[in-house]
Design a protein around this ligand. Structure first.
Ligand code: ATP
Ligand code: MG
Length: 256
């Protein structure tokens, strides 16, 4: 059996009167491309927010590589090896493509402000490593030739790939992608699919939220379906596609 990397057990998230996620059990095995799907408002982004420490669960446990992380803040969770992208792109639009990626390396750096101010040798070596590693991930996502461009000058699809590059710059074990294909044209989606496979082949486990069913079904090995914060089922693309409870969850609403 493969190693369970991330383990959610009985996770509930409440906002005032609303239960956005209800007693969710979910495992992610190392090396997988894993998906979470469901209609709008099902609680998918809330799951990502609770895994990355933006929200704390009202109850339940979240274990990453065997350790409880549900009380840690986002910085410490990121430092342990979980990176993410956001449903609404969050980039420094007035900064260069390369600088946006360098920000992602920050979790790996040891130097402090004094090392930087005094320009100690350790800091300079680290700065060089940061630049090299950032360029390497830009090459992987196909944006190395745009390293000096401002992020705001990139197309929508390129901005999504830049967010992925920033996530990868921290050298994560697990990468969470919240609707990475949103707003992309068919060719961009095809490229993105290949990129996600490359990322997995490099040893990064991928956990993905996506509305484009064709994309999800072609890419993921295992899918969990959420509806109103509750798990409907977990299975292979074929199992999920033919599950009557899934069909009902989607037919009850408009698919976004
Ligand atoms: N910070 C918050 N405060 C209050 N309610 C919230 C908050 N974040 C999410 N919710 C609510 O929790 C529910 C789940 O939202 P969530 O964003 O997780 O859904 P989703 O599955 O990601 O939907 P979509 O496909 O539209 O992105 C929704 O009813 C939403 O309004
Ligand atoms: Mg969402």
């Amino acid at each position: 059996m493969s190693e369970v990397l991330l383990e959610l057990h009985g996770v509930t998230v409440r906002f005032d009167g609303l239960t956005a996620v209800h007693e969710l059990d979910l495992n992610i095995e190392r090396g997988m491309i894993r998906a979470l799907i469901g209609p709008n408002g099902a609680g998918k982004s809330t799951v990502f927010n609770v895994v990355t420490g933006i929200f704390r669960p009202s109850s339940g446990s979240i274990r990453f590589r065997g350790e409880e992380i549900s009380r840690l803040n986002p910085y410490h969770i990121a430092a342990r090896g979980i990176a993410r992208t956001f449903q609404n792109i969050r980039l420094f639009k007035n900064a260069s493509v390369l600088d946006n990626v360098k920000v992602g390396r920050h979790y790996r750096c040891r130097s402090n402000i004094w090392d930087a101010l005094l320009r100690l040798p350790g800091f300079k070596a680290e700065e060089r490593q940061t630049a090299e590693a950032s360029l390497e991930v830009l090459e992987l996502v196909g944006l190395a030739h745009k390293k000096h461009e401002l992020a705001m000058n990139l197309s929508y699809g390129e901005q999504r790939r830049l967010e992925i590059a920033r996530g990868l710059a921290s050298n994560p074990v697990l990468l969470l992608l919240d609707e990475p294909a949103a707003g992309m044209n068919p060719q961009e989606k095809k490229n993105l699919m290949r990129l996600i496979q490359d990322i997995r082949d490099r040893g990064v486990t991928v956990f993905l939220v996506e509305h484009d069913m064709k994309f999800v079904m072609a890419l993921s090995e295992k899918i969990t379906v959420l509806d109103y914060g509750r798990k409907v089922c977990t299975g292979s693309p074929t199992e999920v596609r033919s599950d009557p409870r899934v069909i009902e969850a989607y037919l009850g609403k408009e698919v976004g």
